[in-house]
Ligand binder design. Structure first.
Ligand SMILES: O=C(O)CCC(=O)C(=O)O
Length: 235
């Protein structure tokens, strides 16, 4: 198998638990998804030198019914963390910018991923980088043509009413779910009266913290927009 997932990372080490609400990233997630955020999947992945193991230019949400993620950018969010620098040949993530707006069921583009194209954006991360994206965007990992295994950690977030995968629920809840925020992220309701649709970070006497989170999320988003989307004026 060219790729291998380690599924229960939350049980492996607290460092993987701490990544679920990393202060540098979590405000962005709350800003994107809202107060009813929940962790849906968490795993580590090793991708050995080989051709890509994913379908070229796929949306993760192709099979979703009842909602069109192309019209709902706040449906889900996914992060890949990279513990090591990658080279451009080492199985990098690539995207078709703007395709997160395509309606569900849009046929996969037949763009040759083995050739550079202005339609494709490839990300070559440095150690410690996190790539945050809407999993409905057409994306894929490219072939790993290097001699080295590519390592990544993958965390997917959605809403409290969604069904979470076993990988997103630590076996020893009392050790991992040390705050209200983490309890909610791991799928625990905050009280007997809570329900799947009513669960919210704001229900937990956390208004001040959540306001702070949202403010930093907005600042980070506008910094990212400035850096990546607003080109400096040309002379
Ligand atoms: O880079 C990877 O491991 C796979 C990327 C991908 O297709 C995904 O996250 O859905």
């Amino acid at each position: 198998m060219p790729s291998f997932n380690i599924p229960r990372i939350l049980d492996e080490d607290d460092v993987f638990v701490d990544l679920v609400d990393l202060p540098a990233v979590f405000p962005l997630l709350v800003e994107i998804l809202g107060y009813d955020i929940q962790l849906i999947i968490a795993h580590a992945r090793l991708f050995r030198p080989a051709s890509t193991f994913v379908p070229p230019w796929h949306s993760d949400l192709d099979g979703v019914g009842g909602i069109d993620p192309g019209q709902n950018p706040r449906f889900m969010a996914k992060i890949h963390f990279y513990p090591e620098d990658l080279t451009p040949e080492q199985g990098c993530l690539a995207f078709i910018p703007g395709s997160h707006r395509y309606s569900i069921g849009t046929p996969r583009p037949r763009i040759n991923y083995r050739q550079d194209s202005p339609l494709i954006k490839k990300i070559v991360p440095k150690a410690g980088d996190a790539v945050l994206f809407n999993p409905h965007i057409f994306h894929m990992c490219l072939d790993n043509l290097s001699a080295h295994v590519r390592k990544s950690l993958i965390y997917t977030y959605g809403h409290f009413w969604m069904k979470n995968y076993p990988s997103a629920v630590p076996t020893h809840m009392e050790r991992a779910a040390t705050t209200h925020q983490r309890k909610q992220l791991f799928g625990l309701r905050s009280g007997p009266t809570g329900d799947h649709f009513g669960q919210s970070l704001l229900n937990q006497s956390m208004t001040k913290e959540v306001d702070g989170l949202l403010e930093s999320g907005r600042k980070l988003l506008s910094k990212a927009k400035q850096l990546y989307f607003i080109k400096p004026p040309t002379e």
